[in-house]
Design a protein around this ligand. Sequence first.
Ligand SMILES: Cc1cc2nc3c(=O)[nH]c(=O)nc-3n(C[C@H](O)[C@H](O)[C@H](O)COP(=O)(O)OP(=O)(O)OC[C@H]3O[C@@H](n4cnc5c(N)ncnc54)[C@H](O)[C@@H]3O)c2cc1C
Length: 365
Amino acid sequence: MIYKTPWISYIHQLKFKKTKNSFIENMATTLKALKYTSFTGFRSMRFIFRSVSTLVLAEHEGGAISKASLSAVEAAKSLGDDCSVSVLLAGCGASLQQAAAHAASSHPSIHQVLTADSENFQHPLAEPWAKLVHLVQHKGSYSHIIAASNSFGKNILPRAAALLDVSPITDVVNICSSNQFVRPIYAGNALCTVRYTGNNPCLLTIRSTSFPVPAALFHSISNEAPISQVDLSTFCEESIGKSRYLKHTSQDKEPLKSMDNFKMIEKLAEKLGAAVGATRAAVDAGFVPNDLQVGQTGKIVAPELYMAFGVSGAIQHIAGMRDSKIIVAVNKDADAPIFQVADYGLVGDLFEVIPELLEKLPEKK
Ligand SMILES: Cc1cc2nc3c(=O)[nH]c(=O)nc-3n(C[C@H](O)[C@H](O)[C@H](O)COP(=O)(O)OP(=O)(O)OC[C@H]3O[C@@H](n4cnc5c(N)ncnc54)[C@H](O)[C@@H]3O)c2cc1C
C-alpha cells in the first residue's frame, strides 16, 4: 500500500514501531495537537484523513453566480467523490438573495450556500472578503478553499491565505488528488506537479478554462441546496481596511481612444461578435487600455476562436491565449513564432487581409 500524505505515513511508521496501545496514545496526542478534539479510534481517524470539505469563494452579478465560480465548484468536485462543497457568496440585499437562490440550483455538487449579507460586501473589496473567509473557515474547518483565478480570486485568496497562515497554490489546471495539483510555470511553457504539505486549509485558485462546467450537468440538478446566513456578529468593522470602492467602469461605457489601425480590428470584432484583446506592445504604444492586455501579465483567455493579427507570438503573450480552441494567425513574417501555436496561419499583410474580411463578412444583425 502506498501512503501519500506525510500524516498517513507517520501512522504507518508508528504502527510498526510501537505496540497497539502506545500507537493509540501517540495518535491521540498528535491529533489533539492538530486541534481535532474528539478522538474515538481508528475508524474516525480514517474519516478525518479522507473527508474533503471545500469552500468555494463565489462571485455574483445581476443576481446570478458567475460562470468562473461554477468552474471552481467543478474543480472542487475533482478533489474526491465524497467532497462536500459549500459556496460562499457575499453582498447585500435582494441581489445577494437572488444570487444565492441561483447558486443553490446551479450545480449538483453544491451541498450548501452560505451568504454574508452586509453593506461591507456591497462591492467585492479584498480586505473585508479576506476577513470573511477567515471567519467562515474558523467555523467550518474546511480542508480546501477554492476561487477562480480571475481578478476577484487573485485579489482575495492571497490575503485570506496570509490571515490563515498558509501558502496558496495558484493557477491550478489539473487536480490529481486532494493534495496534488498541476500548475503552469515559465509563462505556461512547462507544467509543474506540486504536492501540498501545509496545514489545513489548502487554498487554491483554478484556471476556469481548465474546469469547464458540462452543459448536460444543468439538466441533472434535482433539488436545491440549502441556503444559510453567515453569523457576522463577530465581524469587526475594522476589517473594512483602507481601500474604498470608487466606481466601476466598463468598456461599453467608455469607447476606446484607439489608433485608426486598431479601429479596423474593433470593426472586425463587432462583425464577428467578438471581444478585442491586445499585446503589451499595443498597450505600451497607447493604442488600447491596459485591461485589454492578454498574456502573462494580462488576462488569460480561452475563446472558441482566437484571431491574432500582427502578433509576433512572444511567450509572454502565448501564456495568455494558448488554451484557445482554434487559433488563427495573420502575420507578414513567415517565421513569426505565433505560427507555431496557430491552427490556421496566413502569411500576409493585415492591412490587406482585414479590409477583405470586413468586405466579405455580413453586417451583424
Ligand atoms: C515580464 C514580461 C511580461 C510580459 N507580459 C506580456 C503580456 O502579458 N502580454 C503580451 O502581449 N506581452 C507581454 N510581454 C511583452 C512580450 O515579450 C512582447 O514584447 C509582446 O508580446 C510583443 O507584442 P507584438 O507581437 O504586438 O509586437 P512585436 O514584437 O513588435 O511584433 C509585431 C508583429 O507584427 C507583425 N507585423 C507587423 N506589421 C504587420 C502587417 N502589416 N501585417 C501582418 N503582420 C505584421 C510582425 O511581423 C511581428 O511579428 C511581456 C514581457 C515581459 C518581459
